[in-house]
Ligand binder design. Sequence first.
Ligand code: FDA
Length: 355
Amino acid sequence: MLRDVLIYLSENNAARKFSMHAPGARAMARRFVAGETVDDGINAAKALATAGFGISLDCLGESVKSREEASHAGDTYVELLERIATEMLPDGTPLRDSTNVSLKLTQMGQDIRSDHAHDDQSSPSAPWPRPDNWPIIDRGGYDEAFLRANLGRVLDVAKRHGIFVRFDMESSLYTQRTLDFFQSLWNAGTNNIGVVLQSYLTRTAHDVNSANLQSVRVRICKGAYKEPEPVAYQEKSRVDSNYVQVMQTLLSDGNYPGIATHDEAMIQATKDWAKAKSIPTSAYEFQMLYGVRRDLQNQLLREGDRVRIYVPFGEAWYAYLMRRMAERPANLFFIVNAVLIESPFGGLMGKGKHK
Ligand code: FDA
């Protein structure tokens, strides 16, 4: 119930405006967001890389409705990629050895309607295989040419520097169009890109097979949006069992999958499968979110696993933060208390109890 309310609020404009200007809101966001500027993102990435983690930097933003805003996001990614390509760690190791980027297509223009009727086509000639039972009809109508140009310059810089770009996955309204768009780039020879698939979607086993057949790199996660039946499994046990099944297929037949989860049962299942099939730890990586289960992140690193941290930064932190609350409503208490600790009230649990 609380999860549903938080996910609803994550998409609500009035709540966003109110929350982003509420006193202490920025301080709350800092628990899960590295900061607001490219510098903040780069500094967090350097610290994590020095500790031995891989990083995926994400400049926050989604559901962008204007070309100016989408172009600005494109500019920021170009700047970010140039910085990743030139920055060094204190020991002289290039930052790009450990760091890639993640982005959302609706941040780059996939939600912007076309001005011209003849541009209104969201079905490329060679689409990603669509499952027969997928009930969502793509409403189409976005300016694909704009998205292609805006993202294209980002992908060009990434390619020039040999940096991998992951397309995050958004709600099921965007699944097919995201995969179709990905497929068109892939077919045209852009191969430093990868997708995200979500184990709560009933179509995901199908998509994992399509990805594996083409050696497309997949990040598998459970999924962070509110999705209806029959598009998505509703029970946690079903989401989890599907996660284990597709994780096994990815480890056995996929191309360097990212196993994105903080769920210890999923992590153990991954380690067990890798061991049983003699799959080396260099053939996959665990991925976790900045600020979530740092104990587990460090433990996996100590055990010799590869761990990549997804590091978000930027001013558009509201929707991201609300989804993190929805995943674990106890975070509400955790971060409110963290803010109060800095205040004259000294926190609900007393000063200094939460680090
Ligand atoms: P689950 O939700 O079952 O949580 C297991 C345990 O993990 C909890 O009991 C708690 O201990 C801990 N935990 C989980 N979330 C927490 C939080 N926010 N705060 C504190 N503790 C938490 N989704 C999506 O739809 N599209 C995407 O592109 C991505 N990308 C992505 C990248 C990476 C690197 C990660 C780790 C996750 C995503 N996600 C995502 C989010 C994902 O779909 C999912 O919502 C969260 O990872 C939570 O699911 P878990 O697998 O952690 O399990």
